[in-house]
Design a protein around this ligand. Structure first.
Ligand code: PGA
Length: 303
């Protein structure tokens, strides 16, 4: 069988997305270019790899076998690339991370600082919610992931770094804006803008309410902390948010932090990977960097 690594990469992407179009987007190619390469691959294998039903594609038995093999081969090639870079002692090449959405307020800054030191690193950051980050973690898809709420799991290696301070934010004209020591059961009657299920921020809030046997029906559920913050500034309701995300708005007095029982909730951010995963030199260097340098973000936050 004569096929190229590029064909395997395309096949892997098409199988993962179950779509030629999405795979083409990911690989920055046109859809016909992907189809041609996959046709050639099928010719080499001598069996169809996908079955076309209406507009959908499904892997054939040969396709499933091929998918397993391509994942193995591509993982080995990536390991090989990393080992070679490690042998050369050069901090360069791919850095693949999945990070929870809320970390967008500090991860790009940390990465920016790192890249000024190591400009030959090729970073790829996937921002998604906690549930999806967990899924990627268990599939061993990234060098490591960054998340706030780590599960109890013996198979994980976890590295705490920055503090994550969670507060209840409100519009400055909110009736509770100047109230001291607001009881938690007092605010559950308020309109709350909440993150979607699967979000780590949401998980912390739900657990806090559960501990106090309180129930809160979200007034609105939004899939991003940024959208929630805009909603609070528009006076739509209150929200529990990470202090990292509020720095500019608090300074501009567009938002205030309420003095609520049990708040601020202090958590940490963690870098996490599966136990036994061998980190590449790039990943190891970036991990060390965030463990030792992330305090700069807090100093930045205070400015
Ligand atoms: P989230 O995660 O962005 O999914 O809310 C935050 C966290 O893990 O604390």
């Amino acid at each position: 069988m004569h096929f190229t690594l590029q064909q395997l990469k395309l096949f892997e992407a098409v199988s993962r997305h179950a779509s030629y179009t999405r795979a083409a987007e990911e690989m920055h190619l046109t859809q016909p270019a992907v189809s041609i390469q996959l046709k050639r691959l099928e010719e080499q294998v001598g069996l169809p790899l996908f079955e076309h039903v209406g507009k959908k594609i499904f892997p054939t038995v040969a396709g499933k076998t091929m998918y397993q093999a391509s994942c193995d081969i591509l993982a080995r090639v990536s390991e090989l690339k990393n080992s070679v870079e490690t042998l050369k002692g050069e901090v360069k090449g791919p850095l693949q991370l999945a990070v929870v959405t809320t970390s967008k307020y500090f991860m790009p800054h940390l990465l920016g600082m790192f890249l000024t030191k190591y400009p030959d690193v090729e970073p790829k950051l996937v921002f998604t919610n906690r549930a999806k980050v967990m899924q990627r973690l268990h599939n061993n898809e990234d060098d490591f992931v960054v998340m706030g709420q780590i599960p109890e799991d013996d198979h994980l290696e976890t590295y705490p770094f920055l503090e994550n301070i969670l507060v209840v934010a409100a519009h400055p004209d909110h009736p509770l804006a100047n109230t001291k020591q607001i009881n938690l059961d007092e605010i559950v009657g308020e309109r709350f803008l909440m993150r979607e299920q699967g979000s780590g921020t949401r998980l912390v809030f739900d657990r806090l309410l559960e501990e106090k046997s309180l129930k809160l029906e979200p007034y609105m559920e939004l899939g991003s902390s940024e959208a929630i913050k805009q909603g609070v500034m528009a006076g739509l309701g209150l929200a529990m948010l990470s202090l990292h995300s509020l720095r500019l708005e608090l300074a501009a007095k567009k938002l205030v932090v309420l003095d609520v029982e049990g708040f601020p909730v202090k958590r940490r951010w963690f870098a996490v990977h599966l136990k036994g995963r061998k980190l590449s030199l790039v990943a190891r260097t970036f991990l060390d960097f965030i463990l030792t340098e992330s305090h700069i973000i807090l100093e930045h936050d205070k400015k």
